[in-house]
Write a protein that binds this ligand. Structure first.
Ligand SMILES: Cc1ncc(COP(=O)(O)O)c(C=O)c1O
Length: 355
């Protein structure tokens, strides 16, 4: 479909993703920076993102599930593709056939894995996946149990790396050192995007960067060192002139207090534009904010464009991009950037920029 015919355009700047990866590499000189491309590269399209990173030299990728690994394997033929979700029973042969590296997080998974390469995951505070203290001490007494394996990395995941003063960071760093000491010597992997900015104590042989690649600030409260990656613009379908007292949208949650112009835009909660944004948040027209009014519905959202006579059917409103602070959009929806990105719908026309 030609871009001009689109009802909404999601603009993904692959060159900016690569530039962000290069910038993170400079911040993590102790070892390479892997691309975390789970959840379809945080909603932006894993095969496209992985191929761009691979072309730039990235040779380590993390996904959550086997099907995500298979979706990128062809475009990153000789790279490490690690499956963070662990070794779900029945996936072992596919992992071997496609040269995938499972992230093993329990003794049961270790014993069941009949492939060779593996990442061992130690739980240092997340209490979700990963070898717990009891399992680590069993392994400490019995390294023979790991003899069949090539341990590519021992890894753990930080709970609160975006808060440099959070005491949990230090605690996890100490627990990680203790966990590594219980296992056979192997390279290690600790920092996520924000962890890369925590300083040398959190440097490791492999960082795992997700959200910062996609332009989100890894150090909230500081200037964002990452380049913007995502733009989302939607088309105005209709503009209504309404009288004072007229209500807008489902359940009439917004009523005009003066004669108003209401623009109906091609975006709804089916596109990941959360219903919790109803009556909050805004879009941008020509660099100026236009407030969202009434309920977000499945395919449509309404904006008060009374102050913008130039908005007409066919105009474009910016939902994400240069004029709107990304944090603003997430905060208005009562969520964070991870959720905003991974929710972005599949109905948008996508444009991938490579330069
Ligand atoms: C185990 C693990 N490592 C790394 C990442 C990447 O984190 P971030 O997107 O904060 O860089 C994630 C994401 O949730 C993760 O679960």
């Amino acid at each position: 479909m030609p871009t001009e015919a689109a009802h909404a355009i999601l603009d993904v700047d692959l060159a900016a993703i690569v530039a962000n990866w290069q910038a993170l590499r400079l911040r993590h000189p102790s070892g390479p920076v892997a691309g975390v491309v789970k959840a379809d590269a945080y909603g932006l399209g894993a095969p496209r993102v992985a191929a761009a990173l691979y072309a730039a030299g990235c040779r380590h990728f993390f996904v959550a599930w086997l099907n995500e690994a298979l979706a990128i394997r062809a475009v990153v033929p000789d790279a490490m593709v690690a499956v963070l979700g662990g070794l779900i029973p029945g996936t072992e042969d596919a992992c071997i056939a496609h040269g995938l590296t499972p992230v093993l997080g329990s003794l049961e998974e270790i014993d069941r894995w009949h492939g060779q390469d593996a990442i061992l995951h130690g739980d240092t505070g997340m209490s979700r996946l990963g070898l717990d203290a009891t399992e680590l001490s069993v392994l400490a007494r019995d390294h023979a149990r790991l003899k069949r394996l090539t341990i590519r990395y021992v890894m753990s995941h930080l709970v609160a790396a975006e808060g440099p003063d959070d005491p949990m960071n230090q605690l996890q760093q100490e627990r990680f050192a203790a966990a590594r000491a219980m296992l056979p010597p192997a390279p290690c992997s600790l920092a996520n995007s924000s962890g890369i900015f925590l300083g040398p104590a959190f440097a490791s042989d492999l960082a795992r960067a997700g959200v910062a690649l996609y332009g989100v600030n890894p150090s909230p409260g500081q200037p964002n060192p990452m380049r913007g990656v995502v733009g989302l613009s939607v088309r105005v379908l209709a503009v209504r002139e309404i009288q004072a007292g007229a209500s807008v949208g489902y359940n009439g949650t917004w009523t005009a207090v003066r004669p108003s112009r209401i623009a109906t835009a091609a975006l709804g909660y089916a596109d990941g534009f959360h219903r919790s944004l109803s009556g909050r948040g805004s879009a941008c027209f020509d660099g100026a904010p236009v407030p969202l009014v009434g309920r977000v519905s499945m395919d449509l959202t309404t904006f008060d464009v009374t102050a913008h006579p130039a908005v007409q059917p066919g105009s474009w409103l910016e939902i994400l991009g240069t004029h709107l602070s990304r944090d603003e959009v997430a905060a208005a929806g009562g969520t964070n950037w991870y959720e905003v990105l991974t929710s972005l719908g599949r109905r948008f026309h996508r444009v991938y920029r490579t330069a």
